[in-house]
Design a protein around this ligand. Structure first.
Ligand SMILES: O=P(O)(O)OC[C@H]1O[C@H](O)[C@H](O)[C@@H](O)[C@@H]1O
Length: 288
């Protein structure tokens, strides 16, 4: 949270339940920077993250739209994570004490210079006592159908990535991006990382578990709707060293578990809107 406290207040929106549970969102990319759940930080944010209003923020939950991965029309992972979003609904408490806030992004000259589509995104966060829910609604204002991919690039914090297990992907097919895009089948019930991972699991169930996150004594239950893919990523030693906004040793303390719709582009019709959701519930048990 230190990094977040030192940022200009005009850049950061704080959702605070007042009970040790809070979240901070940077308007650059509507990037969720921090989520303190009952006093525990759940997300990883690099000590070397750059806040220059240009580069994507390394950590938290950057939002990928309209393209996941290298993009012929524009920046890797699209422009949503490097655009300044508008605060649509300032943080407000409902009668249950949950805090809601929403952000929006529309096409403009910059987005149309690389991608000539008319769209509006509304991204809503609801902070509950032990759960954070994310809703992304993509509205098409275009006259023609268009296609896109999208993903929530969640960086979980962990004291030891080699002991952080991802559970719920057994028997699924995955594309191994560090192994010539080979399509393989996951055999393990609990996936533990011990090297550079960059895999796209497809046809995922609506619920998976990430065990031993935050301080290592809790786990996250990730529930999704309209996000059939899960990307698992950790750069490990060599790729960590090659990233200027990531510490050489920080790979030990993070795992990206990214819910998305990336294997197949989504087609949206004129006037249509499509909602994608993820919720993360924190359980006070390591799960293994
Ligand atoms: O460095 P970035 O553009 O933020 O991308 C970081 C990573 O994002 C995803 O996890 C992709 O699957 C990886 O291939 C990529 O390296």
């Amino acid at each position: 949270m230190d990094v977040v406290q030192n940022l200009p207040q005009s850049d950061v929106v704080i959702l605070d339940r007042g009970d040790g549970t809070s979240a901070a969102v940077h308007l650059h990319g509507a990037t969720l920077l921090s989520w303190q759940c009952q006093g525990k930080e759940i997300l990883f944010l690099s000590q070397n993250a750059v806040f220059d209003h240009k580069k994507a923020i390394r950590g938290g939950v950057p939002l990928v739209f309209p393209h996941f991965g290298p993009w012929q029309h524009g920046p890797q992972h699209g422009f949503a994570r490097i655009k300044r979003w508008k605060l649509e609904i300032p943080p407000s408490k409902d009668k249950h004490g949950n805090v809601i806030s929403a952000f929006s992004l529309e096409d403009d000259e910059f987005t149309r210079s690389s991608w000539e589509k008319r769209f509006r995104l509304v991204y809503t966060l609801v902070l509950q006592e032990k759960e954070l829910s994310f809703s992304l609604v993509v509205h098409s204002n275009d006259q023609n159908p268009f296609e896109f991919t999208t993903l929530l690039h969640t960086y979980f914090r962990t004291p030891d990535v080699t002991r952080t297990a991802v559970i719920g992907l057994q028997q699924l097919k995955y594309t191994d991006k560090v192994n010539n895009d080979q399509v393989l089948e996951e055999t393990r019930e609990a996936i533990l990382l011990s090297e550079n991972y960059d895999r796209i699991y497809s046809n995922c169930p609506p619920e998976i578990v990430v065990g031993r996150i935050a301080d290592g004594n809790c786990s996250a239950v990730l529930r999704t709707l309209n996000f059939p893919d899960i990307v698992l990523w950790n750069p490990w030693t060599e790729k960590a060293k090659a990233m200027s906004d990531f510490g050489d040793e920080e790979y030990k303390n993070m795992i990206c578990v990214e819910a998305g719709n990336v294997s197949q582009p989504i087609k949206i019709d004129p006037g249509q809107q499509i909602e994608f959701t993820q919720s993360i519930q924190i359980l006070p048990a390591p799960s293994l």
